[in-house]
Design a protein around this ligand. Structure first.
Ligand code: GLC
Ligand code: CA
Length: 555
C-alpha cells in the first residue's frame, strides 16, 4: 500500500470555545491554544483539527460563519492566529482548519445582499423558493428541529436552511459560489495551513426540483435526502483541481449519510477527491424512534459488525478515519463503556486500544485523552447547544415524550457533553478560565484533570501517549490488514492485523465481568505490545479482567 503522512498521523481535535481561556472572559481563545501547544506535543499528536474560528454570530458556535477571512473577535485576532500557526509548525505539528461551506451565517455579506431583492446579484448564492399552498416549498425538516425553510417577508419567498435558520444553505449549483469558496480556500492554503475538515460536505448537492422526502414513522418532517446528492463528486473533483491538488494537504469530509459505496468515491486512494471521510454508522447504531434522543445502549455485536464492514470494505480502495468522540457526540467512556469511577480509567484505555489498533487515521477529541466523561447537567438552563434546546421545545410541544424523559436523553446524547471546559487542573473552573465559563464545568474535574494525569505514569493520558508513540514504531498499526475474530461474542472485541510476516492480536473486553478467552496457538510465543493491566505474557486459556485490553504481537 502506498504510504502517506496523513495515514500515519494522529489527529487531535480542538473545540476552541472550551479548550483554554487566556483573558478571563470565560471563552476559550487562540492565545489559550497557543499556551497549551507543549501539552499536545507531549501527547505526541501530529495534526490539530481546529473547529471553526472564523467570524461568527455563534448561533451554532462558529459553524455559522459571517466572514471566512476573519477571526471571531471572542477568539482573538489574525495576528493571534498567525502566532498559533507558527507555534504549531515550530513544534513539528500541522493544522487542519474546519471548512463550513454547505451554509454561511445569515449575517454573511453574501446573504445580507441575497435577501435584499429577487434581482440582487447574490440572490442565486442561496436557495430561494416560492411557498406552496400557503406554507413551505416542501416537507423537509431541519437538523435543528422545525422546517428547513424560513419565510422572508421582504421578497415573499422562502430560503433553505438544513441547520438553523441563521445558517442558510449555499447554492453549489451556482458556479460563482464554487469559485468564491475555492478562492477562499486557496487564501488559507497560502497562509500555510495543512488541510481541511469539511463540515457536512456530503450535503452540498441538492436533488433537482427539491422533492418532498419520506416521513419516517412518528417524524414531524420529511427527510431532505440531500446526502450524497447528484453532483457532490463532480464538485469535490472540481475543488480538488482548483485547490487541494495544489498543496500537500490532509482532507477529511464529514459525510452525514455516507455509505461504504459512497465513501469509496469520496476517499478513493486515486486522490481525485478527499483523503478520508467521517462516517457515522457506529455512532448512530442505537438511534430510536426519536432519532438520537434515546437511552438505548450500543450493542457490541452490531458495533463490531459496522466497524468491521468499514475496515474490510475500504481496505485497499479508500482510507478510514477512526473516532469515537467529537464535538457533536457524547463522551465515549460514558457512552460505549463505563464512567463509574471504579472502571472509568481502565475502560477509557480499552476503548482507545480498540480504536487505535484499527486501520485508518485516529482522531482524539480534547479531553478524551484524560477519559473525560459526560456531564451531569441539572436543568435545561445548563444546556447551551441549539440542537438540544430546539429538540426539547419541539418534542415536548409535540407531546412526543414527557419533559423529564427528554431531559434524560439530552443528558445522555446532547452535544454539550463534549463541550464542557477542558479539565486542566483541580483549581477553580478546572484551570480553564479565571472568569465565569460560558458553559458549566464538569464537577468531576478535581478527580479528572490533566495536571493529575501528567503526574501519574499509569493515567489515561500516558496510555494515549504510549498508543500514539507505538503507531510511529509499528507500521503494522497503520498499514496492516484487518480481520475480525469471535464475531458472535457479546463481550469481547477480538481482531487481528497482518502485515507481511507480522501479526497483531487485539483483544478487548467490553464488560465489567471477567471473561475467559483462549489465545490461538499461533500466538504462543507472542509478546504483549500494550495492555491496560499488568500482564507480561498471555498463552492458552486466559481470563480477561473487567474492560481489559491486550495486544499481542507475533513476528
Ligand atoms: C456539522 C458540525 C456540527 C454543526 C453542523 C452544522 O455536523 O460538526 O457541529 O452543528 O455541521 O454546521
Ligand atoms: Ca477568552
Amino acid at each position: 500500500m502506498e504510504t502517506a503522512w496523513w495515514k500515519e498521523a494522529v489527529v487531535y481535535q480542538i473545540y476552541p470555545r472550551s479548550f483554554m481561556d487566556s483573558n478571563a472572559d470565560g471563552i476559550g481563545d487562540l492565545k489559550g491554544i497557543t499556551s497549551r501547544l507543549d501539552y499536545l506535543k507531549e501527547l505526541g499528536i501530529d495534526v490539530i483539527w481546529l473547529s471553526p474560528v472564523y467570524q461568527s454570530p455563534n448561533d451554532d458556535n462558529g459553524y455559522d460563519i459571517s466572514d471566512y477571512r476573519a477571526i471571531m473577535q471572542e477568539f482573538g485576532t489574525m495576528a493571534d492566529f498567525d502566532e498559533m500557526l507558527a507555534g504549531i509548525h515550530a513544534r513539528g505539528m500541522k493544522l487542519v482548519m474546519d471548512l463550513v461551506v454547505n451554509h454561511t451565517s445569515d449575517e454573511h455579506a453574501w446573504f445580507v445582499e441575497s435577501r435584499k431583492s429577487r434581482e440582487n446579484p447574490y440572490r442565486d448564492y442561496y436557495i430561494w423558493r416560492e411557498g406552496k399552498d400557503g406554507g413551505a416549498p416542501n416537507n423537509w425538516g431541519s437538523w435543528f428541529s422545525g422546517s428547513a425553510w424560513q419565510y422572508d417577508g421582504r421578497t415573499d419567498m422562502y430560503y433553505l436552511h438544513l441547520f438553523s435558520k441563521k445558517q442558510p444553505d449555499l447554492n453549489w449549483d451556482n458556479p460563482k459560489v464554487r469559485e468564491e469558496v475555492f478562492s477562499m480556500m486557496n487564501w488559507w492554503c497560502e497562509k500555510g495551513i495543512d488541510g481541511f475538515r469539511m463540515d457536512v460536505i456530503s450535503l452540498i448537492s441538492k436533488k433537482p426540483g427539491l422533492p418532498d422526502g419520506d416521513v419516517a414513522p412518528g417524524a414531524l418532517y420529511g427527510d431532505s435526502g440531500c446526502a450524497n446528492g447528484p453532483r457532490v463528486h463532480e464538485y469535490l473533483q472540481e475543488m480538488n483541481r482548483a485547490v487541494l491538488s495544489r498543496y500537500d494537504l490532509m482532507t477529511v469530509g464529514e459525510c452525514a449519510g455516507v455509505t461504504v459505496e459512497e465513501a469509496k468515491k469520496y476517499a478513493s486512494l486515486n486522490g481525485k477527491e478527499l483523503n478520508m471521510v467521517f462516517q457515522f454508522e457506529h455512532v448512530e447504531l442505537c438511534d430510536g424512534p426519536l432519532g438520537k434522543w434515546t437511552d438505548r445502549r450500543v450493542d457490541l455485536k452490531a458495533f463490531k459488525q459496522v466497524m468491521s464492514k468499514w475496515q474490510t470494505e475500504l481496505a485497499g480502495k479508500a482510507w478510514n478515519s477512526l473516532f469515537l468522540e467529537n464535538h457533536d457526540q457524547p463522551r465515549s467512556v460514558s457512552r460505549f463503556g463505563n464512567d463509574d469511577p471504579q472502571y472509568r480509567a481502565v475502560c477509557a484505555k480499552m476503548l482507545a486500544t480498540c480504536l487505535h489498533m484499527m486501520q485508518g487515521t485516529p482522531y482524539v477529541y480534547q479531553g478524551e485523552e484524560l477519559g473525560m466523561t459526560n456531564c451531569p447537567f441539572r436543568t435545561l438552563e445548563d444546556f447551551r447547544d441549539i440542537e438540544s434546546l430546539n429538540a426539547f421545545q419541539e418534542l415536548t410541544q409535540a407531546g412526543k415524550a414527557a419533559p423529564e424523559e427528554i431531559m434524560g436523553y439530552l443528558r445522555l446524547r446532547g452535544r454539550d457533553n463534549a463541550r464542557t471546559p477542558m479539565q486542566w487542573d483541580d483549581s477553580e473552573n478546572a484551570g480553564f478560565t479565571a472568569g465565569t465559563p460560558w458553559i458549566m464545568v464538569n464537577p468531576n474535574y478535581r478527580q479528572i484533570n490533566a495536571k493529575k494525569e501528567l503526574a501519574d505514569p499509569d493515567s489515561v493520558f500516558h496510555y494515549y501517549q504510549k498508543l500514539i508513540a507505538l503507531r510511529k514504531q509499528e507500521k503494522i498499526m497503520v498499514y496492516g490488514t484487518y480481520a475480525l475474530l469471535e464475531p458472535d461474542s457479546g463481550s469481547l472485541y477480538v481482531y487481528t492485523r497482518t502485515l507481511g510476516t507480522k501479526t497483531l492480536l487485539v483483544i478487548c473486553n467490553f464488560t465489567k465481568e471477567e471473561v475467559p478467552y483462549s489465545v490461538p496457538e499461533e500466538y504462543a510465543d507472542a509478546k504483549v505490545l500494550i495492555g491496560n493491566y499488568t500482564r507480561s505474557y498471555a498463552q492458552g486459556n486466559i481470563t480477561l479482567k473487567p474492560y481489559e485490553a491486550l495486544v499481542l504481537k507475533c513476528g
